[in-house]
Structure formats: C-alpha cells, structure tokens
Design a protein around this ligand. Sequence first.
Ligand SMILES: [Zn+2]
Length: 307
Amino acid sequence: MGSAFLISGPKKFEFNVNITDNPLAFKAELIAIILVLLVCLKDANITIYVDAQAIINIFNQLKKESLQQISRGKRQYNAWWILSFKIIKFFNLTVLLVKVKAHDNSEYNNVVDKLAKEALNNDPVFIDPRLLMYKGNVCWNHNPIEKEVTIMIKHIRETQWIEEFFNLHRNDCWNNSEMLTEIDWSSTFRVLKGNTKLTNFSEHELNSFKVKIWTEELPTLDNLVKRKPHVYSSKWKYPMCLKDKETYTHLWKCEHLGQVNRNVKLADLEHQKGINAKMKKSANKSKLVANKLDKIVFHDMSPLTSR
Ligand SMILES: [Zn+2]
C-alpha cells in the first residue's frame, strides 16, 4: 500500500513510500503524518490536511495526554501514536490536523493520491522497530504489537489452538484444503458448542460427547480394540445382535437397534430444528445462512422418510 505526503510551503516537497508490513489505509495515513513530522523544522507551526476523520479524532484526544498516558492506551497502532507524539515533543511542533474530503478534486489531493498509487512500485519502507519502543511495549517475534494487546494475544492463542487441533491424528480426514472450504465452520462450532453461556461439567460432557460422535471416537468395540488390544478382541460381535462387528456405522444400521435409532433420529431432528430456529433468528441478516440451514434440515429428513 502506498503512503504519500506533499508539503506546500515554505518549500515545496513531495514524498511517497510503499508499505508492505500489515498495510491498511489507516496505518498508511498515520505513517504519512509521522514522515511529515520527521522532516519539519524545530518549533514549526504546521497544518496537516488528512482525509481520515478517525485519525483527526484520535489525534485531538491524544494531544491532551502525556506520553505516559498515551502508552497506557489500548487503541490500535498505539506504538505509532506514541512515536508521532514523541516526535512532536522532541521537535517542539505545533500541529493542527484538518479534514479534507477523500478523493476531492483539489489540486494537492490529486497529486498526493497519484503519489500514493505510484509508491506501489517503490521498494518497501523499513522502519526500525526500536523507533516504536516506549517503556513497556509488548512485542511478538521482536516486533511491537500494533493491535490492542489483549485482542492480539487472544488471536495468537486461538490460532495456536486451531493449529494444534487440526494436527491431531483424528482430524486427518478433514485436514485438506478442499474439505476445509466445504465446511461451514461457524455453524459447526455453534452446534458443537451448544450453550456458550454455560460452562459446567454436564455441558462439558455433552460437548465432548458431540465431538466424539463427530470424530467417530465413541467407545465402540473397533475403537476399544485399537486402544486396549490385550483386553478386547476384534473377533467379538456386537452383543445386541451378535451378527456384525461393533463399529460406528453399525450402531446406525443395526436392525436390532432400528426402532431406537429411528427415535433418536426423530429426537435429534426436533433438536436440530430448535437450534436452526434459534440460529435463523440471530442470523436473519444473512439470507444465505438461513437457506443453508433449511438445506441441513431437508437433508437430515430424507433418510427418515425413505424408511
Ligand atoms: Zn447389529
């Protein structure tokens, strides 16, 4: 992403850089401001025209705070904000930010827009991370964290958790890019997690039971043989019918359990409908999700009606 500035006076000066490290419009604009501040003369009185109102609002709010107070803030790009106010204090600058309409047809605005676009062909700018250090900065891989620290740590933990989870042997069957794109993950986790507000042992056991069904890890005989071959024999048949081996699929196909299975499926269908109704309510913004849910119910009903 390109970042650019133009100084109109006392001496005309233009500058543009390419930002490749987590490029975002907000960051590009903030870096442009920092670069302008760096080239200003000591004790200068400057007016900077920017097109992001959000930057002006934060700037005006931070103007009233000391560096110590700013460093305690939890806003995004706090390290960059600290740097800009360090420069302002160091050069004793008086800075005023003024809003200019984005992509307005003013002469300077057009020039800066063009400069920013052209910057994409330039070499990326390197900013020494030590510049962004201020007392208690939290770093990740030796780089100061730009986001709010608690959110960043939450995201890192979640990513690590997902990676650990997918690398488990039991997830080998899902662990290919084609299969992963087929799955609607938000719906999957909502069904698996059930009641997200409750955290007690019975909820935990129910959730763990759902995951065991999902990953076909119920303690059926074929799984028990794998876990404790010295105790269980693979020759044993399913004790209820003594016809076939006790596997996950047999549980659903066994004639002996036919009626039980039909009742379970009916109860499950009712439960699923209840969940879908709740999910539809909360997802009414997205028609796409609602249609998907209808398909899930329809799909679930077909084996029942064909019986
Ligand atoms: Zn059977």
